[in-house]
Design a protein around this ligand. Structure first.
Ligand code: PMP
Length: 398
């Protein structure tokens, strides 16, 4: 009998090709600025002390078992995660207008939220910013939504195209879903101001557009969990409906634990939960226990929570300091152009404005690796490497 051709598939490379090239480069001065993960000044991944402490407590607790979690995950984790994003005193939480389910980090929360909307929400269009994290355009269609884009980034100013954004959201179909980055927009590092957020909120509410926040960097932008959640809280405070996908990958350094949450604020929160279970059950039955237990242990204990906020601020501050150092190094070299966007942009990434040829030049001549759109991860930089990067940028643009 003939073997079916099912597996004669073309090889599709998925993942970080820049890192593959970086790993092959034998140069001692090579620098990888493509990775979306925090690195210390020494270029090492960081597990916060408070996470180590929580893990120790979990290991020492002999009463802990490894039974399945419920479909919606660990109850404490869900309750406390909602407080982290919506605020400890959130009226929406107090009035039981929020339902939270533990999901597989930010990605899984977006995917579950997308499928929930495709099944239960009358409007199937989701508007995502242009540009955005590459996975948005891939995961939402698979969840059953059709993707459109709204203008976001303004290349000449390396800032926000606020007029374009307002125009595009004004002409979005009534009730359309709008994907918003809660803070530290990836890949541009460009966020609306609070005044601009207020205008976005008013416009969206007046058109019945449904906000779906992607919160992958809470605390990473400003160093404050509350400040970075402000846009989300503005939308929750007006009493309208809102979805939030939360990730603990960056702000707790729990990348590989893949722990996150989807929260939906709506008057029909209880009915929402039963529909979310119908999405989750056939997808993966129930989520893993370890990462959620680490998070819950930290969020439950006032001292550990405070320790987390201090460690988180230190990560954010190191990133902010890298921005300042790079900006000053370029100024000291008299590098042509206005590089103030390096200190104006927010969060892990800087959209340098370097084009793909300049990026290729920097990789070839200086062994510096970044995505071809000119995005660099500030978290991958160290004081020691700033002069090397500044030399490379200077050479690339002169
Ligand atoms: N959204 C954005 C904007 C991101 O940058 C990322 C991670 N790079 C994610 C979601 C998903 O992250 P994770 O699934 O690892 O939590």
């Amino acid at each position: 009998a003939q073997i079916p051709d099912l597996f004669c598939l073309a090889i599709t490379r998925v993942g970080n090709l820049v890192t593959v090239a970086f790993n092959k480069d034998p140069s001692p001065i090579k620098l990888n600025l493509s990775v979306g993960a925090y690195r210390t000044e020494e270029g090492k991944p960081l597990v916060p002390n408070v996470v180590r402490k929580a893990e120790q407590l979990l290991v020492n607790d002999q009463s802990r078992v490894k039974e399945y979690l419920p479909i919606v995950g660990l109850a404490d984790f869900n309750k406390l995660s909602a407080k982290v994003i919506f605020g400890a005193d959130s009226p929406a939480i107090q009035e039981n207008r929020v339902t939270t389910v533990q999901c597989l980090s930010g990605t899984g929360s977006l995917r579950v939220g997308g499928e929930f909307l495709a099944r239960n929400y009358p409007q199937r269009t989701i508007d995502i910013p242009q540009p955005t994290w590459g996975n948005h355009a891939k995961l939402f269609p698979l969840a059953g939504l059709s993707v459109k884009t709204y203008r976001y980034y303004d290349p000449p100013t390396r800032g926000l195209n606020f007029q374009g954004l307002l125009e595009d959201l004004s002409s979005a179909p009534l009730g359309a879903i709008v994907l918003l980055h809660a803070c530290a927009h990836n890949p541009t590092g460009v966020d609306p101001t609070i005044e601009q957020w207020e205008q976005i909120r008013q416009l969206m509410r007046s058109k019945g557009l449904l906000p779906f926040f992607d919160s992958a960097y809470q605390g990473f932008a400003s160093g404050s969990l509350d400040a970075d959640a402000q846009p989300v809280r503005m939308f929750v405070a007006d009493g309208g409906e809102c979805l939030v996908a939360q990730s603990y990958a960056k702000n707790m350094g729990l990348y590989g634990e893949h722990v996150g949450a989807l929260s939906i604020s709506a008057d029909v929160a209880i009915r929402v939960e039963s529909q979310l279970k119908l999405v989750i059950r056939p997808m993966y039955s129930n989520p893993p226990i370890h990462g959620a237990s680490i998070v819950a242990t930290i969020l439950k204990d006032r001292n550990m929570f405070n320790e987390w906020t201090v460690e988180l601020k230190a990560m954010a501050d190191r990133i902010i300091s890298m921005r300042q150092q790079l900006f000053e190094a370029l100024r000291a070299r008299g590098t042509p152009g206005d590089w103030s966007h390096i200190i104006k942009q927010i969060g892990m990434f800087t959209f340098t404005g370097l084009n793909s040829e300049q990026v290729a030049f920097m990789t070839r001549e200086y062994h510096i690796y970044m995505t071809s759109d000119g995005r660099i991860s500030m978290a991958g930089l160290s004081s020691k490497m700033v002069p090397h990067l500044a030399d490379a940028i200077h050479a690339a643009v002169t």
